[in-house]
Design a protein. Structure first.
Length: 435
């Protein structure tokens, strides 16, 4: 039997042998992205969302766009992290976190004020921004799942999307966050007034062709909203609808794994194929269920002591959710510069090492943890994750993943630079070793 045909039969055999739903779906192609009622996907809405997503003017101080923390070439996450002092507010010890950069603190009038941790420097969030490509099929978003399935108008409280609206729910949170994008007490009236006034993407360069065409046809945000919604009114709900529509076009389905599932038995290297076999047989595929590669659950991996961040429990109130965080997609994981909600690992090898026995905090640990990887298969598993799940269009930021080039962002003082990743990780490991 030819080797290529044997590969397909082996994979099918594994999927049948391990009959859990996550594994039984291994050879299924990606499902279509569902459009929620009330927000059908249209090209005009999607390109408006793309413009909004990459416009730094959506922030109070014109420094941060949604795309700042969610770059395609970084696997949909933040390419640069910096140190947050953690729950104790003290830099340089084991509970430090490597989070995404936000804005310098400003009061309700927009005047700069000193922050207790960061002074007049840009603030750092308490978690690393997750891979936003994993949100296309998810019923809840953010690491703790606080952006739910139903999307409510943030002004009136009316239901704008009854179900399937997690992307809409998530999209508006950062815009009013006085750490991520806003001054203190920013209102939606202020956001709307600004968008009615500023030229779209005025601070960015290298506009992609679809953006160039849209702005040529409608050079103001009211023009773009009229093209997308039929009239020029700018509202928070319409902002959310546009942003979510853009994200629903970002389907990274041209990976070697997708080609393999479609019948190209040569799409994976020998190492990637062996890694796939291990992935199917181990518990990896339970939480990272193919073909999307998260199962949309929240798990306690033991990355940190739950007292540092209670995760999902802050949303549900359930003690069982203490320290649980959303399982991220593995698609394009090979492009990510850091891993986990704490951002403390910087290579896939470090992640695989963490999953080995003895490396987890034991409190409230998920029963699937740890996940031992035999030494001879370690490199194969990493090869599968690194190469087989990467869409080359995402890596190159081409096709639907093209983007403008934002204006340079303000620099950080030396004390906040992402070298804290290694320092915080080392401190955490020393603390655990002393138990």
């Amino acid at each position: 039997m030819p080797v290529t045909a044997l590969r397909l039969l082996l994979v099918l055999g594994f999927a049948i042998a391990f009959a859990q739903p996550a594994r039984a779906q291994l050879l299924a192609p990606l499902p279509p992205v569902m459009e929620p009622g009330g927000n059908p996907l249209t090209p005009a809405k999607a390109v408006l969302g793309k413009i909004l997503f990459w416009d730094q003017q959506l922030s109070t101080d014109n420094t941060i766009a949604c795309g700042t923390c969610h770059a395609p070439a970084a696997g949909g996450m933040d390419p640069v992290l910096a140190t947050h002092p953690g729950a104790d507010g003290v830099f340089g010890n084991a509970d430090d976190v490597n989070g995404s950069l936000g804005v310098a603190r400003r009061d309700a009038e927009g005047a700069p004020i000193a922050d207790a941790s960061f002074g007049f420097d840009v603030q750092v969030t308490g978690r690393a921004a997750p891979n936003f490509f994993g949100g296309l099929w998810a019923p809840e978003l953010f690491w703790d799942g606080r952006a739910g399935d139903a999307f409510l108008d943030p002004v009136t409280g009316a239901v704008a999307v009854a179900t399937g609206g997690a992307l809409e729910s998530q999209s508006l949170g950062p815009i009013l966050s006085d750490v991520e994008m806003a001054k203190e007490e920013r209102t939606w009236d202020e956001v709307v007034a600004k968008l009615e006034f500023v030229p779209p993407l005025a601070l960015a360069t290298d506009w992609p062709a679809d953006v160039v065409a849209a702005i040529a046809a409608g050079p103001s945000y009211p023009d773009l909203f009229a093209a997308a919604f039929g009239d020029p009114e700018v509202t928070p709900v319409r902002i959310a609808f546009a942003l979510a529509s853009y994200e629903r076009t970002l389907v990274a389905d041209q990976t070697p794994f997708d080609a393999f599932v479609a019948g190209d038995a040569t799409a994976l290297t020998s190492a990637e194929f062996r890694g796939l076999q291990f992935f199917i047989g181990a518990d990896c595929g339970v939480c990272h269920a193919a073909p999307t590669f998260p199962d949309d659950s929240f798990r306690t991996l033991g990355v940190r002591d739950p007292s540092e961040d209670d995760g999902r429990q802050s949303v549900t109130g359930s003690a069982a959710d203490r320290g649980a965080f959303k399982v991220p997609t593995l698609r394009n994981v090979g492009l990510k510069p850091s891993f986990m909600h704490t951002g403390e690992f910087t290579t896939l090898d470090q992640v695989v090492t963490f999953y080995q026995p003895g490396n987890q905090d034991p409190e409230n640990l998920d029963p699937l943890m740890p996940v031992p990887v035999p030494g001879p298969l370690r490199a194969d598993l990493i090869a599968f994750l690194d190469g087989a799940l990467t869409d080359p269009r995402v890596a190159a930021e081409t096709d639907v993943f093209s983007r403008p080039t934002p204006a340079p962002e303000p620099g950080l003082s030396v004390g906040l630079i992402a070298c804290g990743i290694a320092l915080a990780g080392a401190a955490r490991r020393r603390t655990r070793a002393g138990r």
